[in-house]
Structures are given as C-alpha cells and as structure tokens.
Design a protein around this ligand. Sequence first.
Ligand code: AMP
Length: 250
Amino acid sequence: MMVFNDINEFKQWRLEQMGLIGFVPTMGALHKGHFELVQTSLNEADITIVSIFVNPTQFDNKEDLANYPNSLGDDLNALEDMGVSAVFLPNYEMLYPDDFKYKVTETELSQKFCGASRPGHFDGVLTVVLKLFNICIPHNVYFGEKDFQQMTLIEGMIEALFLPITLVPVPTVREESGLALSSRNQRLNSEQKQLAPKLNEVLKNASDAEQAQQQLTELGFNVDYVEDWNHRRLAAAWLGDVRLIDNVEV
Ligand code: AMP
C-alpha cells in the first residue's frame, strides 16, 4: 500500500494508475462504518484510494476539533490488510494554499438541520471534498448514509458542478444495539453509551418527528433537531459534550 504525505508525489502516482478509481474520504479513527465504504470500493473499483484528513474548516467548535480521535497507525494497518492501493494524508497547508479564501457554498439545504446549528460546517465539507476530488480524480466516490445531509449535499455539488464522478451511497453500519458507528462514540462514558442506542430506537418507533423529539428529551438527550425530510427522519442530539447524529427511513 502506498502512503502519501506529499500532494505532488500522490498526483504523480495517480496519473500512472489505470482502470476504475474508487475514493473514500475520511477523517480517520476508522471503524466498521468506514471499512464498509472501503470494502464496497474494493469490490467495485480496480484501485481504491482512502484519504485521512481532519478538516479544520468544517469544525465550528474548536474543542470538538481538538478532541477528535486519532488512530493513524491502526488505520493504516487495517487499510493495508484490506487491500487498499493508496492512502493520502494531506495537511492543512497543502490543501489550503489559499487559506480557505475560496469556498464552495450551497445556499439552501446547507442552512438546515446540522447546518443550522453548525454555521459554515457544510462550506468546509463541500470545499475540502471538491479539493480532494480534484486531486484524486476518482470515478466512484463512497459516502455513508449515516451523514445523510452531507451525502445529499455532495451529490448535489457533483450534479451542479458537472463533476464526472459517481457517488455510491453506503447504508449506515450499526452496533447490535442499533447505535450508528461513529468515531465520536469513543468519547461517550459508560452511562451515555447505554443511552445512545435509544436515539435510533426512538427515531424508528415514534409516530412523528415531534413525538421523537419529546421522547428523546425525556430520556435525557439534549436534542438539536428531529425532522422528517426526503423520506428520512433526521436527528442530532447531545449526550454530554458528544453530538450524535442519525437518520432512518420513514
Ligand atoms: P468521517 O470520517 O466521519 O468523515 O466519515 C467518513 C465517511 O464514512 C463518510 O462518508 C461517513 O458518512 C462514513 N461513515 C461514518 N460512519 C459510518 C457508519 N456508521 N456507517 C456508514 N458510513 C459511515
């Protein structure tokens, strides 16, 4: 497996690759949810590229950025065992020579749901994803339905900007309890970990979004939003200082 810290070396290597290129962008601290995206790419593409970059421009909260888990050694071992061709590990200076003066902004969906409580979050996401697409030049890109709003916005960007890329959605991977796997789950204490699966259970079983919000609040979640949109029930809720998101089909 090739591991690139240097953007020019990576671009050079990429130009030498033939066949269908699959790309999985991540922020590391990899778990089974990420591995499902990687495996889907390995099954479909000739070459699978994974990037690991904790993108500061999408963090509206400095503490969340500072506390973001990192397990680079384990991540690289796991990706190598799976058969990934290359891992790209850029840094901020490399990806943002403009220091984020140029941005991709979506003006409607990005303002709702997670965007309403995380101002600028999706500008950061769309901008870094477009930069990574332009560096990796993938045919297929793999995104998790767990981040349904993010996935929808990236699909929209691909369409709006005529990017010659196919987005492949990958269903949410969950623990047996129903809790959606997330790198941030590591920060839950044991009591919060017990309560966390209720987020999925309530979203699935409540008769409407309002009832779900009420039930979650009664259980002790600090609910950011629960809303039905596009045949999905989307939610974000805090347990202590950990913000959980999830969505289910309705
Ligand atoms: P992140 O490292 O959190 O930026 O996530 C990288 C990619 O993995 C995104 O496309 C996420 O939607 C996806 N992902 C994260 N958790 C899960 C999960 N539990 N199931 C499926 N995909 C996931």
